[in-house]
Design a protein around this ligand. Structure first.
Ligand code: PEP
Length: 243
């Protein structure tokens, strides 16, 4: 399976940043991986124009579970699809923490995304306290069980909360063993479909650690936050993916 290298711009970026960034990606995106950029909503439309005709995919960072309605400040999955995006990140730990998103909310959003023709990228991951208590796998299994719709098709991103934006990463053994546990849970939950779902690793992925992380078994790519804002770093991570 080709690896997916996804960039989460979070609440960073202005229109003036797009042109040079997309030009670099168009020129140097390696052919052996798929690349996805998830900018803030304000930049989706302009990104869609500048990426038109390229193989680089575009995604949102959240959507509302309803198809439309009186939800001031929210964006529907169909609106994200309408501007030319193909993916949407859901259940990122920053949304689970800052907006109180429960697994049930994430599942509702995933159902809406799939209904609108988007590929959801569902984030799961334990806090540092949960890891120290030996509960990391149980927490992630529970998130998968309750955040994924019964007929899930999409991508899963394992993002230990304590590794996001901190410069810290789990050991390679810990990443490999969590990804193996996620694969087992996906197959138990979804049958043979669970075997084909890409499992990204996310949390302080940088050019310096990308090759080692991306080469681990059951790692199907990376969800990259901070390092995706600089085209050179994002491209170096993508280039480090195994052939
Ligand atoms: C993220 O926001 O999903 C993330 C992994 O951030 P960072 O790469 O900055 O740790």
């Amino acid at each position: 399976m080709r690896q997916l290298i996804a960039g989460n711009w979070k609440m960073f970026g202005k229109r003036a940043d797009i042109e040079a960034f997309t030009a670099a990606l168009r020129a140097d995106a390696p052919a052996h991986v798929d690349m996805l950029v998830c900018p803030p909503f304000t930049l989706l439309d302009r990104f869609a124009s500048t990426l038109a005709g390229s193989k680089i995919a575009l995604g949102g960072q959240d959507c509302h579970p309803a198809a439309e309605g009186a939800h001031t400040g929210d964006i529907s999955a169909a609106m994200i699809r309408d501007v030319g995006a193909s993916h949407v990140i859901l259940g990122h730990s920053e949304r689970r923490t800052n907006h109180g998103e429960t697994n049930a909310v994430v599942r509702g959003k995933a159902e809406a995304a799939i209904a609108a023709g988007l590929t959801p990228v569902i984030c799961v991951g334990e806090t540092e306290a949960e890891r120290e208590a030996g509960e990391a796998e149980a927490v992630v299994r529970s998130q998968l069980a309750h955040s994924l719709p019964a007929q899930f098709s999409g991508v899963v991103a394992y993002e230990p909360v304590w590794a996001i934006g901190t410069g810290r990463t789990p050991t390679e053994d810990d990443v490999a063993s969590m990804h193996a546990a996620i694969r087992k849970a996906l197959v138990e939950q979804l049958g043979t479909a669970g075997a084909a779902i890409a499992i990204l690793y996310g949390g302080s992925v940088k050019p310096a650690n990308a090759a080692a992380l991306l080469a681990l078994p059951e790692v199907g790519g990376a969800l990259v936050g901070g390092a995706s804002l600089k085209a050179a770093d994002f491209l170096a991570i993508a280039t480090a993916a195994p052939l």
